[in-house]
Structures are given as structure tokens and as C-alpha cells.
Design a protein around this ligand. Structure first.
Ligand code: DQA
Length: 147
């Protein structure tokens, strides 16, 4: 199986960006850990980051037929991108939403995700480990729904 890991706006800044909120690991560090984890489970992964909503939408569309599922940290797009929501709805590929920080313990405007209703589920607040939990949840979901 193949997993696509998508990172949205500002996540290329990880390591430098508000380390007290998002940790000190860079995106490359996080991706390396995800890669090790999914390989152990017999999956492969590819990762893509963009600060552009449309580029992420294109990735979601193109995932169909190429990937079994998507683990996505949409960044701030989480809170307002109806276009990303519609892209997720337009494909059969299951999407797990992940966040490094606990969006419910932060500012009010982060408490709502417009994407959650069209995702399989959401994992929030476990730092870089949210991505690992997201992959684990996706793999479990794929095994349950296959056949
Ligand atoms: C985030 C939470 C969002 O509210 C924020 O805009 C981000 C990162 C997280 O991983 O905790 O960019 O998705």
C-alpha cells in the first residue's frame, strides 16, 4: 500500500516556527520518522508540502488511483478551506486529518475544522507523533475496509 502525507501552509517552517507550540523537529525529521513507521507496517509513503491551497487540491485529486489513503495536516486551511473540503469529497481516497497542536486548547478560531466531516477522523495534540497515529489509524482503516 501507498500513503500520501500532505502538509499545508507554513509547515515548511517547522523547527523554526513557534517551537513551543509545534516542537523543534523539522518537516524532514518528521517525514523520516513517518517513513520508518509505515515501512515497518509494509507500506510506502510520499510526502508533499505546499503553502498554496490549489496545489494541495491538485495533490488530492491526483491521489486517486495512486495512493490508498492520505494523512493530512492542512495547517490553517483546516479552519476555512471549503475548496479543500470539496476536493476531499470528490475522491474516494480516505483522508485522516492530523494536527501537531491540540486545536481545541488554542484560540477559538482554531476550534472548528471544516474538513473533519469529510475525513475518516482527526488526530490532534500529540506533536509529531500525531502523524504516526494518523498513519496507524489509516492503515487500520484500510485493512478494515479492504475486500
Ligand atoms: C496546525 C494547527 C492550525 O491551527 C495551524 O494553523 C497550523 C498547524 C497544527 O498542526 O497544530 O498551521 O494544523
Amino acid at each position: 500500500g501507498k500513503i500520501l502525507v500532505l502538509h499545508g501552509a507554513n509547515l515548511n517552517r517547522l523547527g523554526k516556527r513557534e517551537p513551543e507550540v509545534y516542537g523543534t523537529q523539522t518537516l524532514a525529521d518528521i517525514e523520516q520518522n513517518i517513513d520508518l513507521f509505515v515501512k515497518e507496517k509494509g507500506y510506502t509513503m510520499e510526502a508533499y508540502q505546499s503553502n498554496h491551497e490549489g496545489a494541495l487540491i491538485d495533490q488530492i485529486h491526483n491521489a486517486e488511483g495512486k495512493y490508498d489513503g492520505i494523512v493530512m495536516n492542512p495547517g490553517a486551511f483546516t479552519h476555512y478551506s471549503i475548496a479543500i473540503r470539496d476536493a476531499i469529497s470528490s475522491v474516494k481516497v480516505p483522508v485522516i486529518e492530523v494536527h501537531l497542536s491540540n486545536i481545541y486548547s488554542r484560540e477559538e478560531f482554531r476550534h472548528h475544522s471544516v474538513l473533519s466531516p469529510v475525513c475518516v477522523g482527526q488526530i490532534t495534540g500529540f506533536g509529531a507523533y500525531s502523524y504516526i497515529l494518523g498513519c496507524q489509524a489509516l492503515i487500520q482503516h484500510l485493512q478494515k475496509t479492504k475486500g
